[in-house]
Ligand binder design. Structure first.
Ligand SMILES: NC(=O)c1ccc[n+]([C@@H]2O[C@H](COP(=O)([O-])OP(=O)(O)OC[C@H]3O[C@@H](n4cnc5c(N)ncnc54)[C@H](OP(=O)(O)O)[C@@H]3O)[C@@H](O)[C@H]2O)c1
Length: 274
């Protein structure tokens, strides 16, 4: 989802070489070395990850390999070839007990996905010139996501149950991609929290999406996270706030409702032409 937008929205000064699993399986150090040495990049924007949160709870070792160890392979080659590394991370590195969190807060993941992504952050530091961009609640064109799933379910006439005690900042992948190019331009280093502005509950996010799509009459019921059928405990309030954007002179990303309106318009236009 994100990698495609980073590629599509590249500024003119960037010569992007998009890479997928077909170019290198990142869990294979030899493939990562061969691929990156051949491309010879100045910067690697590492968007690939094991993103199936429940799958990570069922197969923690495989998630660790894909998120922590694989990032180590990327970081080691970046270090050797003198490339900068931007690693995309997540709010799930926090436990969600006392958010919002700023960049200097101490991570404390409560599930296998969060642990593996924190392992990825630690591995990314093996490349001296690194930037860790933490983001949350991604949605956008080019992949299955929460908004598309809610609207599809509503259109097929199903009644909906959505968690009402999880809070975050929904983030639109095209906005995040533009933000990533901006932080690369100002040569930010270390850790940076990058999300659309303002926060909401999962339930509110779903309700606003339904309203924007003209589906406000669909039945939707809020349930606490504990009632959601999942093998994974999720952080409840892991809202990401940034204390570094201003010092770097970077404009905050627009409020999530404006971005959601743009995405819902894309979807409803597509339905009208289907
Ligand atoms: N989605 C969210 O809500 C969210 C929230 C916070 C942070 N993030 C982070 O943001 C980044 C982008 O997320 P996304 O939602 O855009 O991810 P996504 O749509 O699930 O895409 C992940 C990509 O990584 C590739 N990949 C996985 N394992 C690989 C491996 N071993 N070798 C090569 N490629 C591999 C996948 O390839 P295949 O399709 O071939 O498997 C897929 O193309 C990730 O780092 C994620 O942890 C996501």
């Amino acid at each position: 989802m994100l990698g495609q937008e980073v590629t599509r929205l590249a500024p003119r000064w960037a010569n992007v070489v998009p890479l997928t699993r077909a170019d290198a399986d990142l869990t294979r150090a030899d493939e990562v070395r061969a691929c990156l040495t051949e491309v010879g990049p100045d910067v690697v924007v590492h968007c690939a990850a094991w993103t199936d949160v429940d799958g990570a709870s069922r197969e923690p070792a495989a998630a660790w390999e894909a998120n922590a160890e694989a990032t180590g392979h990327v970081a080691d080659v970046c270090s050797q070839i003198g490339a900068r590394l931007l690693y995309v991370s997540t709010d799930y590195v926090f436990d969600g007990e006392d958010g919002p969190y700023v960049e200097s807060d101490r991570p404390s993941p409560i599930n296998a996905y969060g642990k593996s992504k924190l392992g990825g952050e630690e591995a990314a530091r093996r490349c001296e010139d690194h930037l860790i961009v933490r983001t949350q609640w991604l949605y956008g064109p080019g992949g299955r996501n929460f908004v598309a799933a809610i609207l599809d379910a509503a259109r097929s006439g199903r009644s909906l149950r959505v968690v009402n005690n999880e809070y975050g900042r929904p983030t639109y992948t095209p906005d995040l991609a533009r933000g990533i190019w901006r932080v690369l331009q100002v040569r930010a280093r270390g850790i940076l929290h990058l999300t659309n502005s303002r926060s909401c509950s999962r339930l509110r996010f779903a309700q606003v999406a339904l309203e924007m799509a003209g589906l406000e009459n669909v039945q939707i019921r809020g349930i606490p996270s504990e009632q959601w059928d999942s093998p994974t405990r999720r952080p409840l309030n892991a809202i990401l706030r940034s204390e570094r954007m201003e010092e770097l002179g970077i404009e905050p990303l627009r409020p999530w409702r404006e971005a959601l309106r743009e995405y819902v318009n894309i979807l409803t236009t597509r339905w009208a032409h289907a």
